[in-house]
Design a protein around this ligand. Structure first.
Ligand code: ATP
Length: 218
C-alpha cells in the first residue's frame, strides 16, 4: 500500500492544499492521502486556531474524497508533536505500507529546523511540490540532497514536470510541479480580519464552519 502523508497547520485548509493532495495521489497512484493537522503548540499562538477547529475543518474538506483520510495523531497529543513520531506511529498503524511525506518547497527547506531531521528523512520517501513564490532552485542548499541546479531550474520553469532522485539518507525524493494555486492560509486569515469574503478559496463547508465558530476574526 502506498500512502501519502500530508502534515501542516491547515490554519485553515484551502484549495491550494487540496490540489496538492489530489495531484500527488493521481500522479503517483497512491492508495490514500492522510492529512495530519498539527496539534496545539505549548505556547499559545494567537494566529493559530485551536487544533480541534483545524482538525474538524480538514475533516470537512476531506469528506468528499474517498482517497482522503484525516489523522488525529497530532491533534490529540497533549504535548508537542513531531513529524518523526507521527511517521513512526503511522508505520505501526499500517505495517508494510510505503509512506510518501508530502511537503511544499518552503516546508522542505525548513526541515533542518525540525526535531531530529536526519531521522525524519530516513523514515519516508519525500514528495516536494511546487508552490507559487517558492523556487525549486532553493533546494540546492538542502543538506539532505545533492542535485544539479539546472534540473531544479527546469522544474521552476515547468520544462520538467517531475524529477526523482535519492536523498543522502537513501530514500527517494520526487520533486513535482503542481498546477499553481496561489492561495495561502495567511491570505485567508487576513481577509477574514478585514471582514472580506473568502468564498471560492476553500470548500463551502469550511467557510461555513469558520463563520459559525467566528474563527480568525480578531
Ligand atoms: P500559512 O499561510 O498559515 O503559513 P501554510 O499554507 O504555509 O500556511 P501549512 O498549512 O502548514 O502552512 O501548509 C501545509 C503544507 O502545504 C506545506 O508543506 C506547504 O508548503 C503546502 N502548501 C500550502 N499552501 C500551498 C499552495 N497554495 N500550493 C502548494 N503547496 C502549498
Amino acid at each position: 500500500m502506498k500512502l501519502g502523508v500530508f502534515g501542516g497547520t491547515f490554519n485553515p485548509i484551502h484549495y491550494g492544499h487540496l490540489r496538492v493532495a489530489e495531484e500527488v495521489k493521481e500522479k503517483l497512484g497512491l492508495n490514500k492521502i492522510i492529512f495530519v493537522p498539527s496539534g496545539n503548540p505549548p505556547l499559545k499562538d494567537t494566529e493559530l486556531a485551536d487544533a480541534k477547529h483545524r482538525y474538524r475543518m480538514v475533516r470537512l474538506a476531506a469528506s468528499k474524497n474517498h482517497s482522503f483520510a484525516v489523522s488525529d495523531i497530532e491533534y490529540k497529543k497533549k504535548d508537542k508533536s513531531y513529524s518523526v513520531d507521527t511517521l513512526e506511529r503511522l508505520h505501526r498503524i499500517y505495517p508494510g505500507a510505503r509512506f510518501y511525506f508530502i511537503a511544499g518547497i518552503d516546508a522542505f527547506i525548513d526541515i533542518p529546523n525540525w526535531w531530529q531531521p536526519e531521522r525524519l528523512v530516513s523514515l519516508a520517501d519525500f514528495i516536494v511540490v511546487s508552490r507559487p513564490a517558492f523556487k525549486f532552485v532553493s533546494l540546492a542548499s538542502s543538506p539532505y540532497l545533492k542535485i544539479n541546479k539546472n534540473i531544479l531550474k527546469n522544474l521552476d520553469d515547468a520544462k520538467l514536470q517531475n524529477y526523482k532522485t535519492k536523498l543522502k539518507s537513501g530514500r527517494d525524493i520526487i520533486m513535482m510541479y503542481i498546477m499553481p494555486v496561489e492561495i495561502s492560509a495567511t491570505g485567508i486569515r487576513k481577509l477574514i480580519k478585514r471582514r472580506k469574503s473568502i468564498k471560492y478559496l476553500l470548500p463551502e463547508e469550511v467557510e461555513s464552519y469558520i463563520i459559525t465558530h467566528k474563527i480568525y476574526r480578531s
